[in-house]
Design a protein around this ligand. Sequence first.
Ligand SMILES: CC(C)(COP(=O)(O)OP(=O)(O)OC[C@H]1O[C@@H](n2cnc3c(N)ncnc32)[C@H](O)[C@@H]1OP(=O)(O)O)[C@@H](O)C(=O)NCCC(=O)NCCS
Length: 138
Amino acid sequence: MKLYDEVVQLWKKAGISVGSSDLKEEIEKMLKRNPNLFLIGKIKEKIIAVVMGGFDGRRGYVHHLAVDPIHQKKGYGKMMMHDLINDFRRIGVHKIHLFIEKQNQAVVDFYNNLGWQMRDDLIMMSIIPDKSMYKMRI
Ligand SMILES: CC(C)(COP(=O)(O)OP(=O)(O)OC[C@H]1O[C@@H](n2cnc3c(N)ncnc32)[C@H](O)[C@@H]1OP(=O)(O)O)[C@@H](O)C(=O)NCCC(=O)NCCS
């Protein structure tokens, strides 16, 4: 299976919402801007963990961390985040953000455990500049 298809399959298996920003050409754009921040964890050539880091020149962002459900709770998620944070540190990122869907409370506990701090001083807002491009799920 092609690398891209395998990654999307893992995201879906882990319950990540895969949308129009995850189309192949969009992921390629992300990789071009952030060539060293897309981490893939494999066991015997099979992808079991993925995380996508992005740096906009000011802040770092974490997108779509996922571990194959049959390999969860074995420390792989922690390992992926440890490596990604080191990569951000290496390129001089001062602060890293991530977004969690409100219903995904278990993941809040996971990140708390890794030392991340929940922000209650901010409100996240979004806008879609071109509705013809955007799809929440593909
Ligand atoms: C979130 C996720 C990546 C965690 O990966 P994982 O490999 O299962 O986590 P780890 O085994 O590395 O856990 C690391 C630590 O967090 C703890 N932890 C893991 N999941 C937890 C949970 N749901 N609640 C509380 N603690 C949790 C572990 O007990 C472990 O603690 P320890 O270091 O004291 O032993 C994984 O559950 C997943 O893919 N979830 C579905 C996709 C998802 O929601 N991604 C996040 C999008 S924002």
